[in-house]
Design a binder for this molecule. Structure first.
Ligand code: ZN
Length: 91
């Protein structure tokens, strides 16, 4: 999803699947395989329906995969989303 700090915390609490592969692959979009540096968090129910917590996906790739535009309510209340939520709710 994802915010690097949250992802690291989650990974450390699941050592059975925290592997070297995660370290090596975490900066590439799961869908297009291009480098990804997005920092955002979608709500768990939306993200986990499509990807796991170790995966990283561009926002635009996530939208294309989802088949509809993302809305402010799709993002978690985490502070990292403040700018995105602001941009999506100003009219
Ligand atoms: Zn992508």
């Amino acid at each position: 999803m994802y915010w690097e700090l949250e992802k690291m915390k989650w990974a450390r609490s699941h050592p059975e699947i925290y592997t070297q592969a995660f370290e090596e692959s975490k900066r590439y979009c799961k869908l297009c395989n291009e480098p990804a540096y997005e920092d955002y968090m979608l709500k768990d129910e939306l993200w986990l329906a499509h990807f796991n917590n170790l995966e990283l996906v561009h926002l635009q790739c996530f939208e294309k995969n989802l088949g509809r535009p993302l809305e402010a309510d799709d993002f978690s209340p985490a502070p990292i989303n403040n700018n995105i939520r602001w941009a999506l709710t100003r009219n």
